[in-house]
Design a binder for this molecule. Structure first.
Ligand code: DQA
Length: 148
């Protein structure tokens, strides 16, 4: 059964609850991790929740996911707008990928309007706050169920 998923978070998301609360809300990274693990368990998914501030570590996580996970939910944070390496790594992962953003990147500075990964992922969620992670987990479960 395809039920192993990973949520990959990029730079500064470890400081959720502290950074720009008007954009990202007051929930901490640890709170978010707990909520996501609980929701995944409810849906019969095994979740790994990860974060790195380092681009190369994110590329390694995505590459390693090929063998270990059935789906990726990724909030690449600032690297969304800059990283060809993360895009290329995602493009090699031939299973469902959901792009996630807490804020509405299209309502913010122009440099955030461009995502280098949107056209290599299955679908995306943005602007719905941290609830977007829960929606992404629900969608991922459906995508994996439809594959079987
Ligand atoms: C973000 C949006 C990015 O533009 C920003 O650099 C982040 C978080 C979001 O979740 O809204 O760090 O990906």
């Amino acid at each position: 059964m395809s039920n192993k998923i990973i949520i990959i978070n990029g730079p500064n998301l470890n400081l959720l609850g502290e950074r720009e609360q008007s954009q990202y809300g007051s929930l901490t990274f640890e709170d978010l991790k707990e909520i996501c693990i609980k929701k995944s368990e409810e849906l019969g998914l095994i979740l790994e929740f990860s974060q790195s501030n380092i681009e190369g570590e994110l590329v390694n996580l995505i590459q390693d996911s090929r063998k270990k996970f059935d789906g990726i939910i990724i909030n690449a944070a600032a690297f969304t707008h800059t990283s060809v390496a993360i895009r290329d790594a995602l493009n090699i992962f031939k299973k469902p990928i959901i792009e996630m953003h807490i804020s509405n990147i299209y309502k913010r500075e122009e440099f955030r309007h461009k995502s280098l990964i949107s056209d290599v992922v299955t679908g995306g969620i943005f602007g719905l706050g941290v609830d977007g992670y829960i929606l992404a987990i629900i969608s991922m479960q459906k995508l994996l169920k439809n594959e079987n």
